[in-house]
Design a protein around this ligand. Structure first.
Ligand SMILES: N[C@@H]1[C@@H](O)[C@H](O)[C@@H](COP(=O)(O)O)O[C@@H]1O
Length: 417
C-alpha cells in the first residue's frame, strides 16, 4: 500500500487524474489491446472526471481504446433517474452534460427519455459508447434476474482479461463499492442490501428520502481485489476515520476497505483532512513507499512517429474513431427500456489461466445474442491479447463488422448482426 496526501481536494483529485492518464499512456492501448479501467461514482470522483475530460480535450490522453467498467449501481433507479450511477457517469464524464438529439443509439444504458433520440455532442471524452459498461439497476434486462446480471458482469470482466486499474472512493463506514461492513473479502458481484448508515449518508443526493434505494448491485471485494492496481481517493474530514481504519487498523470484515492492505498495488490518495487521523509514522512510511513513475511516452510516441498531431474534430463521440456502424430502426417502448450494455445471462465459459496474468478466454452464444471474443496473441511483451470485442446483438441494434472471432461452430471471421 502506498499513500499520497495533498493539501487540497483539487490537488488530490488532479494527482489521481495524472495517475490514470499516466497508466493509460504507459500502457499504450490500441484497437486490439484495450486498457480496462474501473470507475466509481459518488461525490468524491467529481473533480477527477472534470480533470480527465479537460486533459483529454487538450490531447494529453485518449479514451478511444479504453474500456470502462463501473463499480456499482442502485437497484430500482432507471438510467434516466438523476441519481442513478448510469446518469451520473453520462453527466459527469462520458458526455459532460452535453446531451442533445437525435439519431445515434448507444449500447450502454442512457439517461434520456428515449435512447435513440439522444446524441452526445460534442463531448471532450472520446470513449466510444459501446466501451462503457454499467450494472443494470433498472429495469432488469428481459429473461434474466439481478443475480444473472451480476454473474454476467463477472463474465464480462473475465472476458476482458481483468481490470488494469480500479479507481474508487471509500464510504464513511469503510465500504468500497457498495460492499457494506461484514461483506466477505472473497465476495463477487452481487445484489446487496444497503446499510442504513449508507442510505443516510447518500440521502443528500435525493430530494425525496423515500426514493433512496434499499438495495444495490456491486462488484464484490473479491472481484475488486483482482484488479492489477487500485487507486482509492478519500477527500474531507468525514473520511478521516474510515481512512485510518482502512490503513492502520487490522484487516477485518467490519471495515471492507481494510482488505486492500493485502493487495500489493494499492494507492490511497487523500487531501490533508482525510489523512488527519493517520499517525505521522504511517504517513512517513507509506508515502516513502510510493514507486517511481515510469515515464509515459511522449505524444509523438503515442501517436506513432509518422503521424501529425491534429486536434480531434468537434463531433459526436459515437462518430469519433468508431470501429463499427450502428444501423437503427425505431424501438418499441419495451425494447427501449432494455437497452443495457450488459443484458444477457452468463455464457458458457472456458477459461485458461496463463502464469499470473489472469487472462481468460470466454466463448459462448445464447440464442441470437453472441459474445465474440478476440483471443489472438499479442506479440508485444509476449503477453496474450486480452479479448477486446464483446458485442451484443439485441433488439433492433445491428452491429455490422467483420470480426476475427470464432462463433459457436468454430468458424472464423463471422459477421455479427
Ligand atoms: N457506492 C458509493 C461508493 O462507490 C463511493 O465510493 C462511496 C463514497 O461516496 P462519496 O464519494 O459520495 O463520499 O459511497 C457511495 O455510496
Amino acid at each position: 500500500m502506498f499513500l499520497s496526501t495533498h493539501p487540497t481536494q483539487e490537488e488530490a483529485s488532479s494527482h489521481v487524474a495524472s495517475q490514470i492518464i499516466a497508466r493509460i499512456n504507459t500502457f499504450r492501448p490500441t484497437q486490439n489491446r484495450k486498457f480496462i479501467l474501473c470507475l466509481p461514482t459518488g461525490g468524491t470522483p467529481f473533480l477527477v472526471y472534470r480533470e480527465l475530460a479537460r486533459r483529454c480535450e487538450e490531447g494529453e490522453v485518449s479514451f478511444e481504446h479504453v474500456i470502462t467498467i463501473n463499480l456499482d449501481e442502485y437497484v430500482g433507479l432507471g438510467s434516466e433517474h438523476p441519481q442513478s450511477y448510469c446518469h451520473f457517469m453520462e453527466e459527469n464524464f462520458f458526455s459532460k452534460g452535453k446531451l442533445q438529439s437525435p439519431n445515434i443509439i448507444f449500447t450502454r444504458p442512457f439517461p434520456s427519455p428515449s435512447p435513440y433520440h439522444t446524441i452526445l455532442t460534442p463531448s471532450p471524452v472520446d470513449i466510444p459508447p459501446n466501451q462503457s459498461h454499467l450494472l443494470p439497476g433498472h429495469p432488469i434486462p428481459p429473461n434474466t434476474t439481478p443475480e444473472h446480471s451480476c454473474a454476467s458482469y463477472e463474465s464480462l470482466i473475465t472476458s476482458l482479461g481483468g481490470i488494469h486499474l480500479l479507481f474508487m472512493g471509500i464510504g464513511e463506514n469503510g465500504h468500497i463499492g457498495f460492499n457494506e461492513p461484514g461483506s466477505s473479502f472473497g465476495g463477487r458481484t452481487r445484489v446487496i442490501k444497503l446499510d442504513e448508515g449508507t442510505r443516510g449518508v447518500n440521502a443528500r443526493f435525493f430530494d425525496d428520502p423515500s426514493e433512496i434505494p434499499t438495495h444495490a448491485l456491486t462488484m464484490g471485494i473479491g472481484t475488486i481485489r483482482e484488479a492489477r492496481e487500485m487507486i482509492v481517493l478519500a477527500l474531507g474530514k468525514k473520511k478521516a476515520e474510515a481512512v485510518r481504519r482502512a490503513v492502520e487498523d487490522g484487516v477485518n470484515h467490519l471495515c471492507p476497505a481494510s482488505a486492500l492492505q493485502l493487495h500489493e498495488n494499492v494507492r490511497f490518495v487523500t487531501d490533508n483532512e482525510a489523512s488527519q487521523n493517520l499517525r505521522e509514522t504511517t504517513k512517513t512510511y507509506l508515502m516513502a513507499q510510493v514507486p517511481a513513475e515510469p515515464s509515459p511516452p511522449s505524444q509523438d510516441e503515442r501517436h506513432g512517429p509518422n503521424v501529425t498531431l491534429v486536434k480531434r474534430p468537434n463531433r459526436p463521440n459515437a462518430l469519433r474513431g468508431s470501429s463499427f456502424n450502428l444501423s437503427l430502426s425505431p424501438l418499441s417502448p419495451r425494447e427501449e427500456s432494455h437497452q443495457h450494455t450488459w443484458s444477457r445471462p452468463p455464457s458458457p465459459v472456458s477459461a485458461r489461466n496463463k502464469a499470473n496474468d489472469e487472462i481468460i478466454a470466454v466463448q459462448g452464444t445464447n440464442g441470437d445474442q453472441k459474445t465474440a471474443l478476440d483471443t489472438s496473441k499479442h506479440d508485444e511483451d509476449n503477453e496474450p491479447e486480452p479479448p477486446t470485442k464483446t458485442l451484443l446483438s439485441q433488439g433492433k441494434i445491428k452491429i455490422n463488422e467483420k470480426l476475427n472471432v470464432k462463433n459457436d461452430k468454430g468458424d472464423e471471421d463471422c459477421q455479427v448482426m
